[in-house]
Design a protein around this ligand. Structure first.
Ligand code: CA
Ligand code: CA
Length: 251
C-alpha cells in the first residue's frame, strides 16, 4: 500500500515518496493502530527555507508518527545541522516549528500536541483541553480553510459526490473526507462540510459565531522528527484499521 500524497499533488524532496506500508502493519490494534498518514518535512533554518528532506509516515491512534513498519522512529538522510520541522496532513492545516532543531545521529522527539512547543505563525494550531491540535476542514489542499467564495473547501466535497446529487455518498480515502469517517457526504448526518465552518468559527472566536472568510496554513512549506507526536482533532479510521477513531475525544 503506497503513500497517498503523491496522488494528491504533493512533491517530495530528498528520499521521500513511494513509501510502502509493511505487511501486517494494518493489523495493529489499540493505541498503536495505524489510522492515517502524514508527511514530515525538514526545512532549512532560515526564513522561507527550502525543504531538505521529506517523508510519508504512519500515524498511530495515540498520535505517534512512525515509519512504515508501524512502530519505528523515522530516519532521514541530511547533513547534520539545524532544521525546522513541519508536518502536513491531507485535510488539516500543516504546522512548522518556530525553533530549529539539530538533526544528527541522536533521535529528536517533538510533541506537537504540547501547547508549550512553539510553532510558526499566529493561531497555527487550535487548542482542545490541554492539547494543541491541527485545524481541520482543508478539503482542497490550497493551504487555507474557507467555507465560501473562491477556493472554498465546501465545493470539492459536493463535486466529489456528483455535484447535482448532493445526497450521494462516496466511500474511500479522500481529502474531502474532512471528518475522517471513511465517507464523503455533502448533506445529512455526519456530512463533511461543517468542519471547515467550525474551524473558521474557532479561529476567530474560540467557540462559535460568524465565520471569518479564511483561515490559512502558516506552516510555510516547512520541517521532523523521529518518534514525535502530533495530534489531530479527529483521526481517521477505515483507511487501515476500520472504525472511527479520535485522538483527543473531540469528535
Ligand atoms: Ca482549502
Ligand atoms: Ca466523512
Amino acid at each position: 500500500m503506497e503513500e497517498p500524497y503523491s496522488a494528491l499533488g504533493y512533491f517530495y524532496v530528498g528520499d521521500g515518496g513511494g513509501e510502502q506500508v509493511r505487511p501486517g502493519v494494518p493489523d495493529a490494534v489499540g493505541d498503536d493502530a495505524i489510522v492515517d498518514r502524514v508527511v514530515v518535512e525538514w526545512r532549512e533554518a532560515v526564513a522561507n527555507g527550502s525543504r531538505v528532506a521529506t517523508c510519508s509516515t504512519l500515524l498511530q491512534r495515540d498520535g505517534d508518527v512512525v515509519g512504515m513498519d508501524g512502530v519505528s522512529p523515522i530516519t532521514f538522510t541530511v547533513a547534520f545541522d539545524l532544521y525546522y520541522l513541519s508536518i502536513k496532513h491531507r485535510n488539516h492545516l500543516g504546522v512548522m516549528t518556530s525553533i530549529a532543531y539539530f538533526l544528527g545521529p541522536d533521535a529528536v522527539t517533538l510533541d506537537l500536541s504540547d501547547p508549550l512547543l512553539v510553532v510558526w505563525g499566529a493561531g497555527a494550531r487550535k487548542f482542545i483541553g490541554d492539547r494543541a491540535v491541527l485545524w481541520s476542514g482543508e478539503a482542497n489542499g490550497n493551504g487555507q480553510v474557507r467555507y465560501t467564495g473562491v477556493g472554498n473547501d465546501r465545493d470539492p466535497i459536493l463535486n466529489l459526490v456528483g455535484g447535482a446529487q448532493p445526497n450521494v455518498l462516496v466511500t474511500g480515502y479522500h481529502r474531502q473526507d474532512v471528518n475522517m469517517d471513511g465517507q464523503v457526504k455533502y448533506t445529512g448526518a455526519g456530512h463533511d462540510r461543517d468542519r471547515a465552518l467550525l474551524s473558521m468559527h474557532r479561529a476567530r472566536y474560540g467557540a462559535c459565531s460568524m465565520p471569518i472568510p479564511v483561515h490559512k496554513d502558516v506552516s510555510g512549506d516547512a520541517a521532523l522528527v523521529v518518534g514525535g507526536r502530533i495530534a489531530s482533532d479527529v483521526c481517521l479510521a477505515p483507511w487501515l484499521s476500520g472504525g472511527m477513531n479520535s485522538l483527543d475525544g473531540a469528535c
